[in-house]
Design a protein around this ligand. Structure first.
Ligand code: NAD
Length: 269
């Protein structure tokens, strides 16, 4: 369902993630492009947003003045500078949604003054309506704010409410996870090519296999271990492949990737 027609969403920073969110909200029919505005220091990025039908403002302050909900989508290292500059234009009528990795609610609230703040950790598949995201509410945010953020991000995939102390773990798993899965898809396709498949067919088979397996986990509600047992017949091909993965420490490699990315996120905090 669409958000109220009068709601204006402003993007501070019109980079990759902002574009994914804006396109996703528009194509889900939740927020129209003419309800969104944006600003970015990079003119090329402004052009991308203009091409989507999203008005570009001359400054971040202008975006704050023209919107009720702000999506702060700049790199974590410059959030303090950008939020501090915005502070005089922000009031308690603004909801500031930060998607910056590792930037805490306490700091956001300090820098952004009166605005109600929420942290969201989405991932890139919001571009295709399949994000995995989590949110944490700042102390001044209301249940209505939570409901709005859930409505926005459920339209882009799936969002969970978590305690802020878990957001770095979310970053390590789903925020960074598309990178791990892209690597896995490329490697599966390489395996297919090594086994004689033409590259385009191998890549399509690999990506569709990951998509289909994920859908089975989500839609059957069966434990992935049970699904694995169901596809591994005695003395068969699948158990032979699984044996190789286990020998190479496949599970430990994925667990370590999540832990390493979580620790890196903690350093930003
Ligand atoms: P990006 O570099 O594509 O976008 C950031 C944009 O901010 C750029 O277009 C840049 O020109 C603009 N910018 C720089 N200084 C500015 C200023 N003073 N005012 C306005 N705009 C300014 O980066 P991204 O990948 O879109 O990441 C944005 C945020 O999203 C980061 O904080 C990141 O932690 C978070 N995030 C990213 C991902 C991901 O997969 N990329 C996932 C989850 C969260």
């Amino acid at each position: 369902m669409a958000v109220a027609a009068g709601t204006r969403i402003g993007f501070i920073g019109a980079g990759q993630m902002a574009e994914a969110i804006a396109k996703g909200l528009n194509s889900a029919g939740v927020v129209r492009c003419d309800q969104m505005i944006a600003a970015d220091v990079n003119l090329g990025r402004c052009q991308v947003f203009q091409n989507l039908g999203i008005a570009i403002c001359g400054s971040n302050t202008e975006v704050a003045e023209g919107s009720d909900v702000l999506i702060l989508a700049v790199k974590p290292q410059i959030v303090e500078k950008v939020a501090t500059e915005l502070k005089p234009s922000l009031s308690k009528n603004h909801l500031l949604i930060s998607i910056a990795a590792g930037v805490t609610l306490v700091n956001l609230q300090r820098w952004a003054g009166e605005a109600r703040v929420v942290r969201v950790m989405p991932n890139l598949p919001c571009l295709v309506g399949a994000t995995a995201a989590a949110l944490s509410l700042g102390s001044s945010a209301t249940q209505a704010d939570a409901d709005l953020v859930i409505k926005l991000f459920d339209a882009l995939g799936k969002i969970h409410v978590v305690d802020e102390k878990l957001l770095n773990a979310v970053t390590g798993l789903s925020g960074s996870g598309p990178g791990y899965v892209f690597l896995a898809i490329e490697a599966l396709a390489d395996g297919g090519v090594a086994a004689g498949l033409p590259r385009p067919i191998a890549l399509s088979l690999a990506a569709q296999t990951v998509l289909g397996s994920a859908k089975m986990v989500l839609e059957t509600n069966k434990h992935p271990g049970q699904l694995k047992d169901e596809v591994a017949s005695p003395g068969g091909t699948t158990i032979a492949g699984i044996h190789e993965l286990e020998k190479m420490g496949f599970r430990a490699a994925l667990m370590n990737a999540v832990l390493a990315a979580t620790e890196r996120g903690e350093k930003f905090s």
